[in-house]
Every structure is written in structure tokens, then in C-alpha cells.
Design a protein around this ligand. Structure first.
Ligand code: ZN
Length: 419
């Protein structure tokens, strides 16, 4: 649709395509909820308020209408699904936009994997934006299928679907000035620079922030989250399958700082996506824990859009993408209707959009494990044994040690994991 046509419809000189009536508008700009109507032309909202006419009218029967949810950081590969199947799982939950870091597939296929995800971004059911994977592999000690250099990543800047540099997991490399890490950060200095710095504090956090890193999603305590907010980082609160940080971090949210806080799922597996949901689950949980409903919805919409400079997303506003959800209970939003780009794509938890997963022949035969001789045991040398200790519900690990032959391997000192 040409711009002058959109403006003419917004002016009321021509009918819109679709008019949503009898709704309670969740206004994430002002924090208000009030009766309104929303006119849509093509894929965009053109008018909000009474008096519009349209070729088609849909009575929302008093439901609440809010912008579609945005996942600030997700590895779609962790859903164990292809992007179309992932979209099918989250779209019905009201998640209409995701910002994905394809570093799992990049570790297998390198740039080809990233390009596969970019193709999925262009043609998918979701609005899917990609961050260039900064740490492939996560450390030089890994044996991955591919490595991405700064030169490899620079080419991705040409894509309008690439918003910036994904989670800088190699925070020691950045803090201590590793040349290749600095080249990556400098190449993306005009974009969004996502962080990943569990436990980083004090001067080292300042050094990380001074490099231009804008966010972190690895906080596990209120104190850590508050320190990162205070140095100007946007806080992504994460509720993944393998890391549950939401309940621990919700107490940091205040009306004064909530505009600097977003929600992300990072790594969420099928059972959790199907049983609990995605960002919608986080919104409901936040409201149940005492966050005001519009504030919780704003953290899942407008805040994320603004952080990523995704103009036209995250609010119900003239000119914005008509990515919308309608639901019945403001205290526990479950998407009854989901619109993406002005089209009804899901209803009552079922996908109504046409769904045809593309063939993925490119990624077949990429798992190459030679079972013969596979051996996870490490011969112990000396009396002291050092192991990595896992912490239930967390990604951070412990460095443990114990005497050979003893059953107990006790915590020796805690150290944040690098990935
Ligand atoms: Zn991540």
C-alpha cells in the first residue's frame, strides 16, 4: 500500500480493510485501558478510535486488545523445531515477533546456517529478526562445525532482518581487549549490541558497558540485575527451560525502571512451549506476582521494540504493524485471537493461517557422531579430581573438586560459566 493511500484511510476519506470494534484497548504508551476501535488497512493499523468505516468489521465482544508479544532473545534451535514449526507453537500464544540468535545452527553450518534462518525470517508466519551470532564457537576450546570471524559477520549487516550483534558471550575477551572480539563489536557499533555476562560486576562490567553492550539476560539475582540497570543496560528477564530467572528477578521491577526491562525465553523446549507457553507465560506470571498488567504487557512489547529500534512494532498505534492479540482476562492474558500483519492467524489456540513447512534438505546429514570409540570418561591423574557442577534451574555452573575415590565432590568455588 502506498503511503498516501494509508494516510487517506487514516484521515477517514476512504474505508479501511478491517475494523475491530467493541474492544478494550491496552495502551502501552500511557498505561491506560479504555474502550476503542482499531482500523486496519493492508498489514498496518491506520486508525485508533471511533468513527472509522471498513469493508469488514469484527466485533471483539468486549475483549482486551494489545500489541503482539515480542521475544527479546531466543535460539529457535533450542525449541528442537524448524522456524515454521516454532512459529506455529508460539504464534497461537500471541508471540508475533522474535529476535533470534542463530548461533546453534551457525555452530554446525556457519554462515550457511545463518542464511537459512534469514530466509525463514523473510518468509515466515512470525516477524522474525536475526542478530549476528558473535561467538561461534563460544570459546576457542570448543570443537564446533564452523567458526564465524568478524569478516564473516560484516556481510550480514546488508540484511534488513539483521538488527545487530547477538549476545557477546566472550565477555572476558571483550573486557580484556581481544583484537578479534573488538573487531566484531566495532563492526556492529551502529547496531544493537546484545550482552551475556553472568556475574560481571564493578570495573569489568563498566569495561563491558563501555564497549557499547546494551543488554544482558544472564542475571540471577536482584543485586546483579540492579547493578546492570544502573550502568544503563537493558535487562532481559529470562525464563528458559534450562534457566528459571523470572521469579528471582521480578522483585527488581519498579514503575521507575520497568521501561528498561524486557522478557526473553532464550532456550525453551517443546514441552514447556506447549504446556506453559512462551512470553505469554512470563506476562501471566509477572502479573500473578504483582506487576501491573499493562506494565507486564509493555515489558513484553513496546520496551523490546524500542530497545531493538524496531519502529512500527510493540504498540497499537496508527502506522504500526497490525500484530495484535485479543484476550478476555487482563489479569491472565491468554490469546483468543492473534493477528499478524492485519490477518487473523490464530484463534482459540489453533493456527488458522495457511501453514506449509518448507523442506529443509540443507540441514540433513549434519550430525556426524562416530559411535565407535566414543568415550566420555576422563582418566583421573593424581588424587584431586576437578569437575563441572551443575546447579538445578540455572545455566551457571560450579567448579567442584574432591578426592579420587570419595563419593562426595564438593563445591570448591563458584565461577560463572562462559556459555
Ligand atoms: Zn542466548
Amino acid at each position: 500500500m502506498k503511503l498516501h493511500e494509508r494516510i487517506a484511510i487514516a484521515r477517514g476519506d476512504q474505508p479501511a480493510d478491517l475494523l475491530l470494534t467493541n474492544l478494550q484497548l491496552v495502551n502501552v504508551y500511557t498505561g491506560e485501558v479504555y474502550p476503542s476501535e482499531v482500523a486496519i488497512a493492508g498489514s498496518r493499523i491506520v486508525g485508533v478510535g471511533p468513527g472509522y468505516e471498513a469493508h469488514q468489521t469484527l466485533d471483539l465482544e468486549g475483549r482486551f486488545l494489545a500489541p503482539g508479544f515480542i521475544d527479546a532473545h531466543v535460539h529457535i534451535e533450542s525449541s528442537l523445531c524448524t522456524p515454521p514449526e516454532f512459529a506455529r507453537a508460539v504464534l497461537v500464544r500471541g508471540v508475533t515477533t522474535v529476535i533470534t540468535d542463530p548461533h546453534e545452527i551457525a555452530n554446525v553450518l556457519g554462515l550457511e546456517g545463518v542464511r537459512l534462518m534469514l530466509n525463514a525470517a523473510k518468509n515466515g508466519l512470525l516477524s522474525m529478526y536475526v542478530m549476528a551470532s558473535s561467538c561461534v564457537p563460544a570459546t576457542h576450546m570448543e570443537t564446533s562445525g564452523a567458526a564465524l570471524s568478524a569478516d564473516d559477520l560484516v556481510g550480514l549487516l546488508q540484511s534488513r532482518w539483521v538488527l545487530g550483534l547477538a549476545e557477546m558471550m566472550n565477555y572476558p575477551g571483550l573486557v580484556f581487549g581481544d583484537a578479534e572480539v573488538l573487531r566484531k563489536v566495532e563492526a556492529f557499533a551502529q547496531g544493537v549490541l546484545d550482552g551475556h555476562c553472568p556475574g560481571l560486576s564493578g570495573k569489568q562490567l563498566s569495561a563491558y558497558r563501555a564497549a557499547g553492550i546494551g543488554s544482558d539476560h544472564e542475571c540471577t539475582t536482584v543485586e546483579e540485575a540492579r547493578e546492570k540497570l544502573r550502568v544503563g543496560m537493558t535487562l532481559f528477564i529470562r525464563e528458559a527451560t534450562n534457566a528459571h530467572n523470572l521469579d528471582a528477578l521480578l522483585p527488581v521491577v519498579t514503575p521507575q525502571n520497568s521501561r528498561r526491562i524486557c522478557f526473553c525465553t532464550d532456550d525453551r523446549q517443546p514441552a514447556d512451549l506447549l504446556d506453559e507457553g512462551s512470553i505469554d507465560h512470563m506476562v501471566r506470571r509477572a502479573i500473578a506476582q504483582g506487576i501491573a498488567p499493562v506494565e507486564a504487557i509493555r515489558m513484553a512489547t513496546l520496551n523490546t521494540a524500542e530497545y531493538f529500534r524496531l519502529h512500527g512494532y510493540g504498540a497499537v498505534s496508527p502506522g504500526y504493524h497490525a500484530d495484535l492479540i485479543a484476550f478476555e482476562d487482563l489479569q491472565a492474558p491468554h490469546a483468543a485471537l492473534v493477528f499478524r500483519g492485519g490477518q487473523l492467524v490464530a484463534q482459540a489456540g489453533q493456527l488458522v493461517a495457511r501453514f506449509q513447512p518448507p523442506p529443509l534438505s540443507e540441514v540433513r546429514s549434519s550430525m556426524n557422531i562416530h559411535w565407535e570409540g566414543l568415550d566420555f570418561s576422563i582418566p583421573a591423574q593424581g588424587e584431586q579430581i576437578r569437575v563441572i557442577g551443575s546447579i538445578p534451574g540455572q545455566l551457571v555452573t560450579e567448579h567442584r573438586s574432591g578426592q579420587r575415590g570419595s563419593k562426595a565432590v564438593w563445591p570448591w568455588r563458584t565461577r560463572p560459566a562462559i556459555c
